[in-house]
Design a protein around this ligand. Structure first.
Ligand code: ZN
Ligand code: ZN
Length: 309
């Protein structure tokens, strides 16, 4: 009778990945799973003994020497720290590509492009980013979070997530504490991969435009990859612009237009918009894409309704 080898059972909690993503207050966080909390390879010292061949003297010739090498568990810990440093919102702590539900062709394309980007990313090699545009509830933040989580945890890339209006708030608060705007956006300019959410949101003040311009220009000039999500349309022009009728637009009218506009181009201005064009591929989910949070509610309501007999 032959003995069947024991089947390797993957840990139920982490599926064998060794880490678990979870919500910690307002932020997404990752921790080592119980199954791999203590490194069995190095006894948690972070160092492993290895053999290296070297010839220190001609007389002795090539010999084996014991050397201490950093254990892989150090890298694993660093990846967890990178995920925490990304600053993803708590409610997207577990967002991944498998958990994204596309309702139509455009959403499926957005999912597939985001996933291809994440899986094809080569650290330090530069890449074309993407900008996702679509109405509220089409899963744009979900996709950004899935990309950042994959890059931080599976590839080890330093990443950051930034909701743009929170950045403006932080800078205003910083001013009151005597910090400069440059000091606050510095880390966002430096990080290897940055995702900016809610692009176009805000009052559109001069201060906001200058901040955004500096951030994008600095990343653009240093060849860093940036991803964006926006509720505004990526179309170059509005259909049937009404003010074009009298052929003249006063600067007050132009300002009002930019404020009311549903076009990202008017929201961020020509300069930033054309930079986005150079840095990113444009992915637009049409306005008719249904908010999946509403759809889920509808579905739940339908299921709750008592059945007529
Ligand atoms: Zn586990
Ligand atoms: Zn180890």
């Amino acid at each position: 009778m032959s003995v069947q080898p024991l089947k390797q059972v993957a840990c139920e909690e982490c599926g064998g990945r060794g880490w678990v993503r979870e919500r910690r207050n307002e932020r997404a966080s990752a921790r080592a799973c119980e199954c791999s909390r203590v490194c069995l390879k190095c006894g948690d010292s972070g160092w492993r003994l290895a053999t290296q061949q070297a010839a220190f003297s001609e007389k002795a010739g090539v010999r084996d020497y014991d050397v201490m090498r950093p254990c892989e568990c150090r890298e694993a810990r660093q990846r967890l720290a990178r995920f925490d440093a990304a600053g993803l919102p708590g409610r997207f702590a577990t967002a991944d590509f498998e958990g994204y539900r596309s309702q139509n062709e455009a959403q499926h394309r957005a999912w597939s492009e985001a996933r291809a980007f994440a899986h094809g990313y080569q650290p330090g090699q530069g890449a074309t980013g993407f900008i996702l545009s679509g109405p509220v509830g089409t899963g744009k933040t979900h996709l950004l979070s899935a990309v950042l989580a994959h890059l931080a945890l599976e590839v080890g890339v330093p990443v950051r997530y930034q909701e743009i209006s929170f950045l403006f708030q932080d800078i205003r608060r910083g001013f009151r504490e005597g910090k400069s705007g440059g000091e606050i956006i510095g880390p966002l300019c430096e990080v290897e991969l940055l995702a900016i959410d809610e692009l176009g949101k805000g009052r559109g003040s001069e201060f906001e435009m200058e901040t955004l311009d500096e951030l994008i220009a600095r990343r653009y000039n240093s060849g860093k990859v940036t991803l964006f999500a926006t509720n505004y349309s990526l179309a170059a022009e509005r259909k049937g612009a009404p003010r074009a009728v009298h052929g003249y637009v006063s600067s007050d009218e132009a300002k009002q237009d930019a404020k009311d506009s549903q076009l990202l181009r008017s929201r961020v201005g020509e300069r930033i918009f054309s930079r986005l064009f150079d840095m990113c591929s444009f992915i637009e989910m049409p306005a008719e894409t249904k908010d999946y949070r509403v759809m889920r509610q509808e579905l739940e309501l339908r299921n709750l309704r008592p059945r007529r007999t």
